[in-house]
Design a protein around this ligand. Structure first.
Ligand code: NAP
Length: 439
Protein backbone atom coordinates (compact mmCIF):
# COMPACT_ATOMS: atom_id res chain seq x y z
CA UNK A 1 0.00 0.00 0.00
CA UNK A 2 1.38 3.50 -0.81
CA UNK A 3 2.34 5.84 2.03
CA UNK A 4 -0.45 8.39 2.10
CA UNK A 5 0.35 11.92 3.20
CA UNK A 6 -3.15 13.00 4.26
CA UNK A 7 -5.48 10.09 3.72
CA UNK A 8 -6.64 7.91 6.59
CA UNK A 9 -7.33 4.35 5.55
CA UNK A 10 -10.33 2.94 7.45
CA UNK A 11 -9.47 0.07 9.74
CA UNK A 12 -12.88 -1.58 9.38
CA UNK A 13 -12.59 -2.28 5.65
CA UNK A 14 -10.77 -4.52 3.18
CA UNK A 15 -9.29 -4.04 -0.28
CA UNK A 16 -11.14 -4.87 -3.47
CA UNK A 17 -8.75 -7.12 -5.40
CA UNK A 18 -8.43 -8.55 -8.91
CA UNK A 19 -8.40 -12.30 -9.33
CA UNK A 20 -8.56 -14.22 -12.64
CA UNK A 21 -9.34 -10.99 -14.46
CA UNK A 22 -12.33 -10.30 -12.22
CA UNK A 23 -12.97 -7.97 -9.30
CA UNK A 24 -13.16 -9.71 -5.94
CA UNK A 25 -15.34 -7.73 -3.56
CA UNK A 26 -15.13 -8.20 0.21
CA UNK A 27 -18.23 -7.59 2.34
CA UNK A 28 -16.68 -4.36 3.66
CA UNK A 29 -14.83 -2.81 0.68
CA UNK A 30 -12.82 0.35 1.22
CA UNK A 31 -14.18 2.89 -1.26
CA UNK A 32 -12.49 6.28 -1.65
CA UNK A 33 -14.78 9.27 -2.25
CA UNK A 34 -14.16 12.84 -3.38
CA UNK A 35 -16.87 15.05 -1.91
CA UNK A 36 -16.61 17.58 -4.72
CA UNK A 37 -16.64 21.36 -4.92
CA UNK A 38 -19.68 23.69 -4.87
CA UNK A 39 -22.85 21.63 -4.42
CA UNK A 40 -20.69 18.57 -3.62
CA UNK A 41 -21.10 19.70 -0.02
CA UNK A 42 -24.86 19.04 -0.34
CA UNK A 43 -25.15 16.10 -2.71
CA UNK A 44 -22.38 13.90 -1.30
CA UNK A 45 -23.85 13.48 2.25
CA UNK A 46 -27.30 12.88 0.72
CA UNK A 47 -25.86 10.22 -1.58
CA UNK A 48 -23.81 8.51 1.11
CA UNK A 49 -26.88 8.26 3.33
CA UNK A 50 -28.96 6.64 0.59
CA UNK A 51 -26.25 4.18 -0.52
CA UNK A 52 -25.50 3.11 3.06
CA UNK A 53 -29.19 2.60 3.83
CA UNK A 54 -29.70 0.47 0.71
CA UNK A 55 -26.68 -1.74 1.41
CA UNK A 56 -27.71 -2.20 5.03
CA UNK A 57 -31.29 -3.08 4.03
CA UNK A 58 -30.48 -5.27 1.05
CA UNK A 59 -27.98 -7.44 2.94
CA UNK A 60 -29.36 -7.28 6.52
CA UNK A 61 -26.26 -5.48 7.73
CA UNK A 62 -23.90 -8.21 6.45
CA UNK A 63 -22.28 -5.86 3.93
CA UNK A 64 -21.08 -2.31 4.50
CA UNK A 65 -18.95 0.14 2.57
CA UNK A 66 -15.93 1.51 4.47
CA UNK A 67 -15.78 5.02 3.00
CA UNK A 68 -12.38 6.67 2.71
CA UNK A 69 -12.15 10.41 2.17
CA UNK A 70 -9.73 11.59 -0.51
CA UNK A 71 -9.25 15.08 -1.86
CA UNK A 72 -9.44 16.94 -5.16
CA UNK A 73 -10.33 20.51 -6.13
CA UNK A 74 -10.82 23.14 -3.42
CA UNK A 75 -10.65 20.62 -0.59
CA UNK A 76 -7.28 19.39 -1.89
CA UNK A 77 -5.90 22.93 -1.84
CA UNK A 78 -7.03 23.28 1.80
CA UNK A 79 -5.26 20.05 2.73
CA UNK A 80 -2.17 20.02 0.51
CA UNK A 81 -1.54 23.72 -0.15
CA UNK A 82 -1.74 26.33 -2.86
CA UNK A 83 -2.11 25.01 -6.41
CA UNK A 84 -2.41 21.32 -5.46
CA UNK A 85 -5.79 20.45 -6.94
CA UNK A 86 -5.09 16.80 -7.64
CA UNK A 87 -2.61 15.35 -5.11
CA UNK A 88 -0.70 12.11 -5.72
CA UNK A 89 -2.49 10.67 -2.67
CA UNK A 90 -5.77 10.84 -4.59
CA UNK A 91 -4.47 9.15 -7.73
CA UNK A 92 -2.66 6.51 -5.67
CA UNK A 93 -5.74 5.82 -3.55
CA UNK A 94 -7.97 5.27 -6.58
CA UNK A 95 -5.38 2.94 -8.16
CA UNK A 96 -4.95 1.06 -4.89
CA UNK A 97 -8.63 0.64 -3.98
CA UNK A 98 -9.88 0.27 -7.61
CA UNK A 99 -13.43 1.60 -7.18
CA UNK A 100 -14.12 5.24 -6.21
CA UNK A 101 -16.85 7.86 -6.47
CA UNK A 102 -16.71 11.63 -6.84
CA UNK A 103 -18.83 14.76 -6.76
CA UNK A 104 -18.34 17.57 -9.29
CA UNK A 105 -15.08 19.51 -9.43
CA UNK A 106 -14.42 23.10 -10.42
CA UNK A 107 -12.06 23.52 -13.32
CA UNK A 108 -9.49 25.93 -11.86
CA UNK A 109 -9.48 29.15 -13.82
CA UNK A 110 -6.14 30.52 -15.00
CA UNK A 111 -3.13 29.46 -16.98
CA UNK A 112 -1.61 26.02 -16.66
CA UNK A 113 -4.60 24.23 -15.08
CA UNK A 114 -6.30 21.49 -17.02
CA UNK A 115 -9.73 20.19 -16.14
CA UNK A 116 -9.39 17.93 -13.10
CA UNK A 117 -11.92 15.54 -14.60
CA UNK A 118 -9.97 15.21 -17.84
CA UNK A 119 -6.73 14.79 -15.84
CA UNK A 120 -8.24 12.04 -13.68
CA UNK A 121 -9.46 10.18 -16.77
CA UNK A 122 -6.14 10.44 -18.59
CA UNK A 123 -3.81 9.78 -15.62
CA UNK A 124 -5.78 6.69 -14.56
CA UNK A 125 -6.41 5.56 -18.17
CA UNK A 126 -10.15 5.48 -17.55
CA UNK A 127 -10.80 5.10 -21.23
CA UNK A 128 -14.55 4.51 -21.19
CA UNK A 129 -17.00 7.15 -20.03
CA UNK A 130 -20.25 5.29 -19.50
CA UNK A 131 -23.50 7.24 -19.29
CA UNK A 132 -26.79 5.36 -18.96
CA UNK A 133 -29.78 7.51 -19.90
CA UNK A 134 -33.17 6.28 -18.84
CA UNK A 135 -36.44 7.90 -17.96
CA UNK A 136 -37.91 7.65 -14.47
CA UNK A 137 -41.66 7.56 -14.25
CA UNK A 138 -43.04 10.97 -13.29
CA UNK A 139 -40.00 13.02 -14.33
CA UNK A 140 -41.08 15.93 -16.53
CA UNK A 141 -39.66 15.55 -20.03
CA UNK A 142 -39.89 17.52 -23.28
CA UNK A 143 -40.26 14.21 -25.20
CA UNK A 144 -43.53 12.63 -26.28
CA UNK A 145 -42.26 9.13 -25.52
CA UNK A 146 -39.65 9.54 -22.79
CA UNK A 147 -40.13 5.89 -21.75
CA UNK A 148 -38.61 4.85 -25.10
CA UNK A 149 -35.26 6.14 -23.90
CA UNK A 150 -33.09 3.49 -22.31
CA UNK A 151 -29.65 3.87 -23.79
CA UNK A 152 -26.10 3.58 -22.52
CA UNK A 153 -23.47 5.82 -24.07
CA UNK A 154 -19.89 4.55 -24.21
CA UNK A 155 -17.79 7.63 -24.88
CA UNK A 156 -14.05 7.34 -25.55
CA UNK A 157 -12.38 9.25 -22.77
CA UNK A 158 -8.68 9.72 -23.48
CA UNK A 159 -8.16 10.97 -27.03
CA UNK A 160 -9.83 12.91 -29.88
CA UNK A 161 -9.76 16.72 -29.64
CA UNK A 162 -9.85 16.30 -25.85
CA UNK A 163 -6.25 15.13 -25.71
CA UNK A 164 -5.26 18.75 -25.15
CA UNK A 165 -2.83 18.99 -28.08
CA UNK A 166 -3.41 22.46 -29.41
CA UNK A 167 -1.47 25.61 -30.13
CA UNK A 168 -2.61 29.17 -29.69
CA UNK A 169 -3.00 31.50 -32.64
CA UNK A 170 0.03 33.74 -32.96
CA UNK A 171 2.38 31.51 -30.93
CA UNK A 172 5.80 30.38 -32.12
CA UNK A 173 4.62 26.76 -31.89
CA UNK A 174 1.58 27.25 -34.07
CA UNK A 175 3.72 28.97 -36.70
CA UNK A 176 5.96 25.86 -36.81
CA UNK A 177 3.00 23.50 -37.04
CA UNK A 178 1.35 25.51 -39.83
CA UNK A 179 4.61 25.81 -41.68
CA UNK A 180 5.15 22.04 -41.49
CA UNK A 181 1.62 21.19 -42.61
CA UNK A 182 1.50 23.74 -45.42
CA UNK A 183 4.98 23.27 -46.76
CA UNK A 184 5.64 19.58 -46.14
CA UNK A 185 2.15 18.10 -46.42
CA UNK A 186 0.86 20.36 -49.17
CA UNK A 187 -2.10 21.73 -47.24
CA UNK A 188 -3.32 25.28 -46.91
CA UNK A 189 -4.04 26.34 -43.34
CA UNK A 190 -4.61 30.08 -42.88
CA UNK A 191 -1.57 31.65 -41.23
CA UNK A 192 -3.69 33.35 -38.57
CA UNK A 193 -5.15 30.07 -37.23
CA UNK A 194 -5.00 28.32 -33.90
CA UNK A 195 -4.51 24.57 -34.39
CA UNK A 196 -5.76 21.54 -32.45
CA UNK A 197 -4.99 17.88 -33.11
CA UNK A 198 -7.51 15.06 -33.18
CA UNK A 199 -5.77 11.73 -32.63
CA UNK A 200 -7.93 8.58 -32.69
CA UNK A 201 -6.04 5.31 -32.34
CA UNK A 202 -6.71 1.62 -32.93
CA UNK A 203 -5.82 1.03 -29.25
CA UNK A 204 -8.22 3.66 -27.90
CA UNK A 205 -11.03 2.58 -30.20
CA UNK A 206 -10.72 -1.14 -29.66
CA UNK A 207 -10.49 -0.98 -25.87
CA UNK A 208 -13.67 1.09 -25.80
CA UNK A 209 -15.59 -1.08 -28.26
CA UNK A 210 -14.50 -4.24 -26.43
CA UNK A 211 -15.86 -2.83 -23.17
CA UNK A 212 -19.14 -1.82 -24.81
CA UNK A 213 -19.60 -5.28 -26.31
CA UNK A 214 -18.83 -7.06 -23.05
CA UNK A 215 -21.36 -4.81 -21.34
CA UNK A 216 -23.96 -5.43 -24.07
CA UNK A 217 -23.56 -9.19 -23.67
CA UNK A 218 -23.61 -9.11 -19.85
CA UNK A 219 -26.69 -6.87 -19.73
CA UNK A 220 -28.62 -8.56 -22.56
CA UNK A 221 -28.67 -5.42 -24.72
CA UNK A 222 -29.99 -5.61 -28.28
CA UNK A 223 -27.80 -3.31 -30.34
CA UNK A 224 -24.55 -1.35 -30.41
CA UNK A 225 -24.36 1.73 -32.65
CA UNK A 226 -21.12 3.43 -33.65
CA UNK A 227 -21.81 7.17 -33.79
CA UNK A 228 -19.25 8.95 -35.97
CA UNK A 229 -18.63 11.70 -38.46
CA UNK A 230 -16.65 9.44 -40.78
CA UNK A 231 -18.21 10.89 -43.91
CA UNK A 232 -16.08 14.00 -43.29
CA UNK A 233 -13.27 12.88 -40.97
CA UNK A 234 -12.41 9.62 -42.68
CA UNK A 235 -9.11 8.75 -41.00
CA UNK A 236 -10.23 9.51 -37.46
CA UNK A 237 -13.99 9.09 -37.02
CA UNK A 238 -14.37 6.89 -40.09
CA UNK A 239 -11.51 4.72 -38.88
CA UNK A 240 -13.16 4.51 -35.44
CA UNK A 241 -16.18 2.92 -37.09
CA UNK A 242 -14.09 0.56 -39.27
CA UNK A 243 -11.93 -0.60 -36.35
CA UNK A 244 -15.10 -1.06 -34.30
CA UNK A 245 -16.65 -3.39 -36.88
CA UNK A 246 -13.31 -5.20 -37.24
CA UNK A 247 -13.15 -5.85 -33.51
CA UNK A 248 -16.71 -7.07 -33.10
CA UNK A 249 -16.43 -9.68 -35.82
CA UNK A 250 -12.96 -10.76 -34.66
CA UNK A 251 -13.73 -11.05 -30.95
CA UNK A 252 -17.51 -11.39 -30.58
CA UNK A 253 -18.55 -13.25 -33.75
CA UNK A 254 -20.93 -15.63 -31.98
CA UNK A 255 -22.76 -12.82 -30.22
CA UNK A 256 -23.17 -10.23 -32.97
CA UNK A 257 -24.61 -9.64 -36.39
CA UNK A 258 -23.89 -6.45 -38.32
CA UNK A 259 -26.78 -4.50 -39.74
CA UNK A 260 -25.55 -5.20 -43.28
CA UNK A 261 -25.52 -8.94 -42.59
CA UNK A 262 -28.99 -8.73 -41.14
CA UNK A 263 -30.35 -7.01 -44.25
CA UNK A 264 -28.87 -9.75 -46.38
CA UNK A 265 -30.44 -12.44 -44.19
CA UNK A 266 -33.81 -10.70 -44.02
CA UNK A 267 -33.91 -10.07 -47.74
CA UNK A 268 -32.94 -13.63 -48.57
CA UNK A 269 -35.71 -14.92 -46.29
CA UNK A 270 -38.36 -12.48 -47.44
CA UNK A 271 -37.36 -12.68 -51.10
CA UNK A 272 -37.45 -8.94 -51.60
CA UNK A 273 -35.20 -6.71 -53.64
CA UNK A 274 -32.33 -5.14 -51.72
CA UNK A 275 -33.02 -1.92 -49.88
CA UNK A 276 -29.95 0.03 -48.91
CA UNK A 277 -31.59 2.43 -46.50
CA UNK A 278 -30.21 2.22 -42.92
CA UNK A 279 -32.83 0.80 -40.61
CA UNK A 280 -34.70 -0.79 -43.52
CA UNK A 281 -34.44 -4.22 -41.98
CA UNK A 282 -36.65 -3.12 -39.11
CA UNK A 283 -39.43 -2.51 -41.63
CA UNK A 284 -38.86 -5.93 -43.12
CA UNK A 285 -39.28 -7.34 -39.62
CA UNK A 286 -42.77 -5.93 -39.20
CA UNK A 287 -41.71 -2.45 -38.10
CA UNK A 288 -40.41 -3.65 -34.73
CA UNK A 289 -37.54 -1.71 -33.21
CA UNK A 290 -34.03 -3.09 -33.64
CA UNK A 291 -33.91 -6.72 -32.68
CA UNK A 292 -32.36 -9.77 -34.27
CA UNK A 293 -34.81 -12.69 -34.46
CA UNK A 294 -31.93 -14.96 -33.42
CA UNK A 295 -31.08 -12.89 -30.35
CA UNK A 296 -27.70 -11.62 -31.55
CA UNK A 297 -26.57 -8.08 -30.80
CA UNK A 298 -27.02 -5.90 -33.87
CA UNK A 299 -23.99 -3.74 -34.61
CA UNK A 300 -24.68 -0.71 -36.77
CA UNK A 301 -23.34 2.78 -37.35
CA UNK A 302 -24.88 6.19 -37.79
CA UNK A 303 -23.52 9.59 -38.77
CA UNK A 304 -23.30 11.87 -35.72
CA UNK A 305 -25.68 14.58 -36.92
CA UNK A 306 -28.38 12.12 -37.91
CA UNK A 307 -28.31 10.41 -34.56
CA UNK A 308 -29.32 13.63 -32.84
CA UNK A 309 -32.59 13.43 -34.79
CA UNK A 310 -32.86 9.69 -34.47
CA UNK A 311 -32.70 9.58 -30.69
CA UNK A 312 -35.70 11.90 -30.71
CA UNK A 313 -37.75 10.37 -33.48
CA UNK A 314 -36.77 6.67 -33.31
CA UNK A 315 -35.59 6.56 -29.72
CA UNK A 316 -36.28 2.89 -29.14
CA UNK A 317 -34.03 1.79 -32.02
CA UNK A 318 -30.98 2.77 -29.96
CA UNK A 319 -29.58 0.82 -27.11
CA UNK A 320 -25.82 1.20 -26.71
CA UNK A 321 -24.08 4.08 -28.47
CA UNK A 322 -20.32 3.84 -28.81
CA UNK A 323 -18.52 6.98 -29.93
CA UNK A 324 -15.37 9.13 -29.86
CA UNK A 325 -14.89 11.69 -27.14
CA UNK A 326 -16.43 14.90 -28.48
CA UNK A 327 -19.52 13.29 -30.02
CA UNK A 328 -20.00 11.47 -26.72
CA UNK A 329 -19.93 14.71 -24.79
CA UNK A 330 -22.67 16.25 -26.93
CA UNK A 331 -24.94 13.24 -27.24
CA UNK A 332 -24.80 12.50 -23.48
CA UNK A 333 -26.24 15.87 -22.56
CA UNK A 334 -28.77 15.88 -25.41
CA UNK A 335 -30.05 12.45 -24.38
CA UNK A 336 -30.13 13.46 -20.70
CA UNK A 337 -32.23 16.52 -21.58
CA UNK A 338 -34.85 14.24 -23.13
CA UNK A 339 -35.41 12.44 -19.84
CA UNK A 340 -35.41 15.37 -17.45
CA UNK A 341 -31.97 16.97 -17.49
CA UNK A 342 -28.55 16.65 -15.99
CA UNK A 343 -29.75 16.56 -12.40
CA UNK A 344 -30.73 12.93 -13.06
CA UNK A 345 -27.89 11.72 -15.32
CA UNK A 346 -25.27 9.41 -13.81
CA UNK A 347 -21.85 8.54 -15.19
CA UNK A 348 -18.76 6.42 -14.69
CA UNK A 349 -15.23 6.49 -16.01
CA UNK A 350 -13.85 3.01 -16.28
CA UNK A 351 -10.53 1.52 -17.36
CA UNK A 352 -9.57 -2.15 -17.42
CA UNK A 353 -10.65 -2.48 -13.77
CA UNK A 354 -10.49 0.89 -12.05
CA UNK A 355 -13.88 2.60 -11.95
CA UNK A 356 -14.52 6.21 -10.95
CA UNK A 357 -18.23 6.97 -10.65
CA UNK A 358 -19.37 10.59 -10.85
CA UNK A 359 -22.15 13.12 -11.05
CA UNK A 360 -22.31 14.38 -14.62
CA UNK A 361 -23.30 17.97 -13.85
CA UNK A 362 -20.93 20.65 -12.58
CA UNK A 363 -20.50 22.35 -9.23
CA UNK A 364 -23.42 24.83 -9.65
CA UNK A 365 -21.62 27.28 -7.32
CA UNK A 366 -24.63 29.59 -6.94
CA UNK A 367 -26.47 26.83 -5.06
CA UNK A 368 -23.54 25.53 -2.98
CA UNK A 369 -24.35 24.92 0.68
CA UNK A 370 -28.04 25.75 0.30
CA UNK A 371 -29.23 22.15 0.73
CA UNK A 372 -31.30 22.69 -2.39
CA UNK A 373 -30.12 20.85 -5.50
CA UNK A 374 -31.03 17.44 -6.83
CA UNK A 375 -28.60 14.73 -5.67
CA UNK A 376 -30.09 12.29 -8.24
CA UNK A 377 -27.12 12.25 -10.60
CA UNK A 378 -24.62 11.30 -7.89
CA UNK A 379 -27.05 8.80 -6.32
CA UNK A 380 -27.60 7.08 -9.67
CA UNK A 381 -23.83 7.03 -10.20
CA UNK A 382 -23.79 5.26 -6.85
CA UNK A 383 -26.27 2.75 -8.31
CA UNK A 384 -23.86 2.14 -11.19
CA UNK A 385 -21.12 1.63 -8.63
CA UNK A 386 -23.17 -0.87 -6.63
CA UNK A 387 -23.90 -2.76 -9.85
CA UNK A 388 -20.17 -2.69 -10.70
CA UNK A 389 -19.54 -4.34 -7.32
CA UNK A 390 -22.29 -6.81 -8.29
CA UNK A 391 -24.34 -5.60 -5.31
CA UNK A 392 -27.30 -5.37 -7.64
CA UNK A 393 -29.95 -5.86 -4.96
CA UNK A 394 -28.81 -2.66 -3.26
CA UNK A 395 -28.51 -0.84 -6.60
CA UNK A 396 -32.02 -1.78 -7.60
CA UNK A 397 -33.33 -0.76 -4.17
CA UNK A 398 -31.97 2.78 -4.62
CA UNK A 399 -33.29 3.04 -8.17
CA UNK A 400 -36.78 1.90 -7.23
CA UNK A 401 -36.88 4.17 -4.18
CA UNK A 402 -35.92 7.18 -6.32
CA UNK A 403 -38.66 6.26 -8.79
CA UNK A 404 -41.23 5.86 -6.02
CA UNK A 405 -40.27 9.22 -4.49
CA UNK A 406 -40.65 11.02 -7.82
CA UNK A 407 -43.88 9.22 -8.65
CA UNK A 408 -45.37 10.50 -5.40
CA UNK A 409 -44.23 13.96 -6.49
CA UNK A 410 -41.71 14.56 -3.71
CA UNK A 411 -38.87 16.26 -5.54
CA UNK A 412 -36.16 18.92 -5.38
CA UNK A 413 -36.59 22.43 -6.83
CA UNK A 414 -35.47 21.56 -10.38
CA UNK A 415 -38.20 18.98 -10.91
CA UNK A 416 -40.69 20.85 -8.71
CA UNK A 417 -40.70 23.84 -11.06
CA UNK A 418 -41.78 21.60 -13.91
CA UNK A 419 -44.38 19.49 -12.08
CA UNK A 420 -47.88 20.44 -11.03
CA UNK A 421 -48.97 19.69 -7.47
CA UNK A 422 -45.53 18.49 -6.34
CA UNK A 423 -43.99 18.88 -2.89
CA UNK A 424 -40.64 20.65 -2.90
CA UNK A 425 -37.97 19.00 -0.75
CA UNK A 426 -34.48 20.08 0.21
CA UNK A 427 -31.55 17.99 -0.95
CA UNK A 428 -31.27 16.26 2.43
CA UNK A 429 -35.07 15.98 2.74
CA UNK A 430 -35.17 14.25 -0.64
CA UNK A 431 -32.53 11.76 0.56
CA UNK A 432 -34.63 11.04 3.66
CA UNK A 433 -37.73 10.52 1.52
CA UNK A 434 -35.81 8.08 -0.69
CA UNK A 435 -34.60 6.11 2.33
CA UNK A 436 -38.13 5.92 3.70
CA UNK A 437 -39.31 4.63 0.31
CA UNK A 438 -36.87 1.70 0.30
CA UNK A 439 -38.59 -1.64 0.38
P1 NAP B 1 -23.34 23.23 -13.70
O1 NAP B 1 -22.56 23.30 -12.47
O2 NAP B 1 -23.69 21.85 -14.16
O3 NAP B 1 -24.67 24.08 -13.47
C1 NAP B 1 -25.47 24.56 -14.52
C2 NAP B 1 -26.93 24.53 -14.12
O4 NAP B 1 -27.40 23.18 -14.19
C3 NAP B 1 -27.26 24.99 -12.70
O5 NAP B 1 -27.30 26.37 -12.57
C4 NAP B 1 -28.60 24.31 -12.50
O6 NAP B 1 -29.60 24.93 -13.31
C5 NAP B 1 -28.38 22.97 -13.18
N1 NAP B 1 -27.86 21.95 -12.25
C6 NAP B 1 -26.60 21.45 -12.17
N2 NAP B 1 -26.54 20.52 -11.22
C7 NAP B 1 -27.77 20.39 -10.70
C8 NAP B 1 -28.34 19.57 -9.69
N3 NAP B 1 -27.63 18.67 -9.00
N4 NAP B 1 -29.65 19.73 -9.40
C9 NAP B 1 -30.39 20.61 -10.07
N5 NAP B 1 -29.92 21.40 -11.05
C10 NAP B 1 -28.62 21.29 -11.35
O7 NAP B 1 -22.57 23.92 -14.91
P2 NAP B 1 -21.67 25.22 -14.95
O8 NAP B 1 -22.30 26.29 -14.10
O9 NAP B 1 -21.41 25.45 -16.36
O10 NAP B 1 -20.29 24.79 -14.28
C11 NAP B 1 -19.88 25.12 -12.98
C12 NAP B 1 -18.51 24.47 -12.70
O11 NAP B 1 -18.62 23.05 -12.75
C13 NAP B 1 -17.41 24.86 -13.69
O12 NAP B 1 -16.22 25.07 -12.95
C14 NAP B 1 -17.23 23.60 -14.54
O13 NAP B 1 -15.93 23.46 -15.03
C15 NAP B 1 -17.56 22.51 -13.54
N6 NAP B 1 -18.01 21.25 -14.14
C16 NAP B 1 -17.63 20.10 -13.53
C17 NAP B 1 -18.09 18.87 -14.00
C18 NAP B 1 -17.65 17.62 -13.29
O14 NAP B 1 -17.03 17.69 -12.26
N7 NAP B 1 -17.97 16.44 -13.81
C19 NAP B 1 -18.96 18.83 -15.09
C20 NAP B 1 -19.38 20.02 -15.68
C21 NAP B 1 -18.90 21.25 -15.19
P3 NAP B 1 -30.64 26.07 -12.82
O15 NAP B 1 -29.83 27.26 -12.41
O16 NAP B 1 -31.47 26.30 -14.05
O17 NAP B 1 -31.44 25.54 -11.70
Amino acid sequence: MPNFERVTVPTDGNHITIKNDKLKIPDNPIIPFIRGDGIGIDIWPATQKVLDAAVEKAYDGKKKIAWMKIYAGDEAVEQYGEGVYLPDDTLNAIKEFIVAIKGPLTTPVGGGHRSLNVSLRQLLNLYACIRPVKWFKGVPSPSVHPHWMDIVIFRENTEDVYSGIEWEQGSEEVAKVIDFINNTMGKNIRLDSGVGIKPISITGTKQLVRKALKYAIAEGRKSVTFMHKGNIMKFTEGAFKDWGYELVVQEFRDHVITEAELWDEAMAEDGVTPITKPGAFTELRGGKPAGDPNGRIIVKDRIADSIFQQIQTRTNEYDIICTPNLNGDYISDAAAAMVGGLGMAPGANIGDFVGLFEATHGTAPKYAGQDKVNPGSLMLSGVMMLNYLDWREAGSMVEKAIERTIETKHVTYDLHRQMEGATKLSCSGYAEAIVSNMQ
